[in-house]
Design a protein around this ligand. Structure first.
Ligand code: NAI
Length: 384
């Protein structure tokens, strides 16, 4: 990362402005905990809160969020609900022909009037994806380190997942070419493959990592994943001190749940990254612990690692607040507020690993607010 460009200058009094996107589900309550804790420790951060309503059919909120992140340089984000069903406007001309099952066309030089079709797709795309794409945050980093206080099958896992974050299977280019036939495009470019591969090798070099594993399905997707794989192999030659190997995604998932200690840094395309991230989060104790980081050359956004909304448990005081609090620690670290980041990190460590104040997802009986109160209590201890 070109740090100088990425880290925004502090404002008057050494404070930073950060865009806060609470999102849906448990996002708002988790952001409330972060704000309480930041107030308690006196973190020099002022939040600019932008609520994005996923039910509104325009993207004004998203554009506003993008503008504020561009201004502040940094965001802290919950997940914005994305509806699964498509509500997009297809060509009325095509729809007419398809609905009437007019499967053959005979050109007899007598035309009917054409109905104008808007060129822009009006379907509701993922706001999360739109944000990452518009801010060109091409690399996603998920540090997956075991929590000694959370009981899991495998101990002492230490894996970093680096995921291409702006293209691949998330290009959101899907269409129904004829009724019943959906085509979905996976876009892999040489330039983005190179940027994220370089990011992975540079990350490994700077953090004393020994190995990078490129995960792919190039045996089937020979051109797209083939390009991604070949690019990482080419760049690996520039980093002879770092071992490089590759693994097919299917085998990778099996290896991960059986022998996770063989992995160090893992590099992959967008969808594999999402799936593998959830697998590793599951190995370490679930959705409520790990935080993830989105980076481009200019902006950085911090969020819980699995990126889901937890809508079913919202408002019940059972959500694990640790993932969002860890995201806020990453953010403080990024802004150069090392003292506050370390203070909070040590308090979280004590709550989770020593006092074992855990929510039900990690096998405990504590409520979300019990965990937050324990962290606040521990700040006094670790601060001395
Ligand atoms: P979900 O929100 O239902 O969560 C999956 C499971 O993890 C649930 O059992 C939930 O209770 C649990 N969980 C999540 N966070 C937790 C926490 N902090 N503490 C305790 N338990 C927690 O996941 P689902 O159904 O996969 O996705 C819901 C929404 O999230 C959808 O709108 C989807 O589009 C979005 N999503 C977005 C992703 C992205 O990359 N932006 C990735 C995954 C989901």
């Amino acid at each position: 990362i070109r740090k100088q460009k990425l880290i925004p200058k502090a404002q008057y009094g050494g404070r930073h402005a950060v865009t806060m996107l609470p999102g849906g589900g448990i996002g708002p309550e988790c952001m409330g905990y972060v704000r309480d804790i930041f107030k308690y420790i006196g973190a020099p951060v002022d939040f600019e809160v932008v609520d994005i309503d996923p039910n509104v059919d325009n993207d004004d909120d998203v554009q506003y969020a993008i503008t504020t992140i561009k201004r502040n340089g940094v965001g802290l984000k919950g997940n914005i609900e994305t509806k699964s069903e498509a509500a997009y406007v297809t060509s009325r001309n095509v729809a007419l022909r398809n609905e009437l099952d007019m499967y053959a066309y005979v050109l007899n030089c007598k035309s009917s009037g054409n109905i104008e079709t808007k060129s822009e797709a009006a379907y509701v795309t993922s706001r999360n994806v739109a944000l990452r794409n518009e801010l060109d945050m091409y690399a996603y980093v998920l540090n997956c380190k075991s929590f000694p206080g959370v009981s899991t099958r495998h101990k002492d896992i230490d894996i970093t997942i680096i995921r291409q974050n702006t293209e691949g299977e998330y290009a959101m280019l899907e269409h129904e070419s004829v009724r019943g036939v959906i085509e979905s495009m996976k876009v892999v470019t040489a330039s983005n493959s190179e940027r994220v591969a370089r990011f992975a090798f540079e990350f490994a070099k700077k953090n004393g990592k020994k190995k990078v594993t490129t995960v792919h399905k190039a045996n089937i997707m020979k051109l797209s994943d083939g390009l991604f794989l070949e690019t990482s192999r080419r760049l690996a030659k520039e980093y002879p001190e770092i071992e490089h190997n590759d693994m097919i995604i299917d085998n990778c998932c099996m290896q991960l749940v059986a022998k996770p200690h063989q992995f160090d840094v893992m590099l992959m395309t967008n969808l594999y990254g999402s799936i593998v991230s959830n697998v590793v989060c599951g190995l370490l104790g679930g959705a409520g612990l790990l935080s993830g980081r989105n980076y481009g050359d200019h902006y950085a956004v911090f969020e819980p690692g699995t990126r889901n909304t937890g809508t079913a448990i919202a408002g019940k005081n059972v959500a694990n607040p640790i993932a969002m609090i860890n995201a806020s620690i990453d953010m403080l670290e990024h802004l150069g507020h090392h003292y506050h980041a370390e203070l909070l990190r040590r308090a979280v460590h004590r709550t989770v690993n020593e006092d074992r104040v855990l929510t039900p997802d990690c096998g405990g009986t504590a409520s979300s607010t019990d965990v937050v109160n324990s962290i606040i209590g521990n700040i006094g201890h670790v601060g001395h």
